[in-house]
Design a protein around this ligand. Structure first.
Ligand SMILES: [Zn+2]
Length: 466
């Protein structure tokens, strides 16, 4: 660690300690100043029944602090230890993870507790919640360089840490697996047209009902591993996360002994068509779509991009693969608008439509607003493939060079890259497609030159057909 970084961390530690002392003394003063009737209010404000103080942060050598075991990358889940991130008063000293269960939803939990709708010490009842299928433990689960952004034992929490949970510890799963039927209008149309047969296993009805297993995964970051994957120092990672979340997680800088962080971001969902047990079998064909969330297209059907058509194409190809004895896999990441968010995305749309929407200027418009053209950091994306034991993808339904390169760099073979068919591309999204192909996205076809990029123009706002 460089001396400069060390002194920066020390100074932020000192200022944190000072602000905590200040806050504590203010709370004490408020309580001393208020009449007994008011005291309850102050206690409520500080959100604790047992103590009138809510500690802002903790420190490694603080009295009572004794984190539960957590040996990231250990093949034995008992020796590895549970992810314990709860700040309930009984757990606060044994936390071994920074952040909160539920990622962004922890904020709503805060509201529910504040409103009195949820007891602060509520412990979930996990009866009947276990996965309906077994995801076989893979050697990748105990390779700390292969999985850094999720807990590979996250779906087995109630099984492996039953004893601790029964003893009253607030330990929660970070992965949940279930089975379901899906109904997607475009897929239903393919079934009704006879392009996809009803086989009774994957497509279970004439109306195009699909049998699927799905897994929801909350992010759990092993900070040293994430730093290494992104090729930065752990100190720099911690400091930038602390600052860019408005100082929301002081322990990122005060608790270098805590190596794991549950960030307040959306996770991912895995959809499996076919037999999940074959995912790790290199002799089984596998079709994959890695999809990053685009609410405007995925749900509301915008014509400005290819997101929903691509997602649907991935499903159709995955279903066909599964019907031929292989497996279809969709991994859906909550990384709206290239992880820049929907507000930034709409600002960029406005700039594009007002400033002349050409493929030549496509990425520049995003950079003008966001400072970068993409923040999806695909380097963390392959972890879920390691979790499922995937070592080879036969058909990769994507043109993204970033997704492709991240998987290949992670040691996962991609045998064929499959672009979206032309007839599925909405007219106004030609701007995006051509800009991406010119920037290095995969295509079987023609790569447009500078002049063509200037000629590819999107629909303007003054277009009378709007
Ligand atoms: Zn989109």
């Amino acid at each position: 660690m460089s001396e400069q970084v060390l002194s920066q961390i020390l100074s932020s530690l000192a200022s944190l300690q000072a602000s905590q002392e200040l806050l504590t003394s203010k709370v004490d003063k408020m309580q001393a100043d208020h009449a007994p009737a008011q005291e309850l209010k102050v206690r409520d404000l500080m959100n604790s029944h047992r103590s009138t103080r809510s500690s802002v942060s903790s420190y490694p050598n603080q009295k009572g602090v004794n984190p539960a075991r957590l040996n990231w990358g250990d093949a034995n889940p008992i020796a590895r230890g549970p992810i314990l991130v709860s700040r309930q008063s009984s757990e606060v000293n044994s936390r071994n993870t920074i952040g909160a269960y539920g990622g962004p939803y922890s904020i709503f939990r805060g509201l529910a507790v504040a409103m009195g709708d949820l007891a602060q010490d509520h412990k979930p009842n996990f009866e009947y919640t276990q996965p309906p299928i077994k995801i076989q433990q893979q050697p990748q689960w105990s390779d700390p360089s292969k999985i850094v952004s999720m807990d590979p034992f996250g779906h087995l929490t109630t099984q492996f840490y039953r004893k601790e949970i029964e003893e009253g510890h607030d330990i929660r799963p970070t992965i949940a697996i279930t089975r379901a039927h899906m109904l997607v209008p475009e897929v239903q149309a393919e079934v009704q047209n006879g392009n996809i047969p009803v086989d009774g296993k994957i497509v279970v009805s004439e109306t195009g009902e699909l049998n699927v297993h799905k897994a929801a995964v909350d992010p759990v970051w092993h900070l040293p591993g994430v730093a290494e994957r992104l090729n930065i120092s752990e100190d720099r990672l911690r400091r930038c996360l602390f600052e860019q979340t408005g100082g929301m997680y002081p322990e990122l800088v005060t608790r270098p002994d805590l190596k794991v962080f549950m960030p307040p971001i959306g996770g991912l969902t895995v959809y499996i068509f076919g037999n999940h047990e074959l995912l790790s079998d290199p002799n089984t064909r596998l079709t994959v779509r890695v999809h990053d969330e685009c609410n405007g297209s995925d749900v509301f059907g915008s014509d400005i991009c290819t997101c929903r058509p691509y997602l649907v194409y991935g499903m159709i190809e995955g279903i066909k693969e599964a019907q031929n004895g292989g497996v279809g896999l969709i991994v859906y990441f909550r990384k709206e608008g290239r992880a820049l968010g929907e507000v930034t995305k709409y600002l960029v749309y406005n700039a594009r439509k007002r400033g002349g929407d050409t493929a030549a200027k496509y990425f520049k418009r995003t950079e003008n607003v966001a400072g970068v053209k993409d923040m999806r950091f695909q380097a963390l994306m392959p972890d879920v493939f390691h979790w499922l034991g995937v070592t080879k993808i036969d058909r990769f339904i994507s043109m993204s060079n970033m997704k492709h390169d991240a998987l290949v760099d992670a040691g996962i073979k991609i045998l064929e890259r499959v672009p979206i068919p032309d007839e599925m591309i909405p007219p106004d999204s030609k701007v995006e497609m051509e800009a991406k192909i010119a920037a290095g996205y995969f295509t079987n076809g023609h790569i447009p030159g500078e002049e063509e990029l200037c000629r590819t123009v999107g629909r303007g706002w003054d277009d009378p057909s709007v």
